[in-house]
Design a protein around this ligand. Structure first.
Ligand SMILES: Nc1ncnc2c1ncn2[C@@H]1O[C@H](COP(=O)(O)OP(=O)(O)O)[C@@H](O)[C@H]1O
Ligand SMILES: [Mg+2]
Length: 221
């Protein structure tokens, strides 16, 4: 479903990703595990079209993502929860959740349907809907970022270090939300990055280890 072949990215003249290849199948969760600076965020940003690869190709089904600029990525249904959350403080939580769908021009009934699905998967968001985006704790912000990614991510969702800095109780809730997601969206593909593999428990179907911009073992089985 998602196929990356020989992806190389340089930032500020230094190689950050080196000939990465990976495959992610529909309905699976892939963890990309590596220490800080290994290239995890750059990999997700490359899939989103936010950085330009120096070589390599990224395909999502029949779409060649390396040919289309980032703003079109949401049109092929990729949801992205960045490491730094980017919740708009001047908007309510509900407005934050709706925003990407509004940008996509989704009709109100479709938006409602997606919102109610997201609230089934992440019920902690329900009481938070009217709250200001500025009033969220770090952990709550991670939950909102997950919900927002699920509002747009219809085939693929990218979660950048979701467990980083989450208190154990919230990490448990986050893992439970991912388990509900698996049940309710059996075809969705999920990529989760993490620096501490122990936080992932039994979530991923596939774990890829990234070191200095390369996967340590051949990721394609
Ligand atoms: N905008 C940038 N300009 C230059 N170098 C960058 C930039 N962003 C990241 N890097 C470098 O790329 C490497 C990988 O970073 P990143 O993808 O953020 O790793 P991770 O998410 O695994 O911590 C690091 O050495 C980092 O310093
Ligand atoms: Mg990162």
């Amino acid at each position: 479903m998602l196929t990356i072949e020989n992806l190389s990215v340089s930032l500020a003249g230094s190689p950050v990703l080196r000939a990465l290849s990976m495959q992610v199948h529909a309905g699976t969760t892939t963890a990309v595990v590596g220490r800080n600076g290994a290239g995890k965020t750059t990999l997700l940003r490359s899939i989103m079209g936010l950085v330009t690869p120096s070589s390599g190709v990224i395909h999502l089904d029949e779409h060649n993502l390396t040919l289309s600029p980032g703003y079109e990525r949401t049109r092929v249904d990729i949801g992205y929860a960045p490491e730094d959350r980017v919740i708009f403080p001047t908007l309510s939580v509900e407005e934050n959740l709706r925003l990407p769908c509004e940008v996509l021009g989704l009709r109100e009934p479709d938006m409602q349907e997606r919102l109610s699905h997201v609230l089934d998967v992440v019920p902690q968001l329900k009481p938070m809907l009217p709250r200001s985006g500025a009033a969220l704790s770090g952990g709550q912000g991670k939950m909102v970022a997950l919900g927002r990614a699920l509002m747009v991510g219809q085939s693929l969702v990218l979660l950048d270090e979701p467990f980083q800095g989450l208190a154990p109780a919230l990490a448990q809730q986050y893992a439970e939300a991912l388990a509900r997601l698996r049940q309710s969206r059996p075809d969705l593909a999920v990529i989760i990055t993490e620096s501490n593999a122990a936080l992932l428990t039994d979530i991923p179907n596939q774990i890829l280890t990234i070191e200095r911009g390369s996967f340590v073992e051949s990721p394609i089985h």
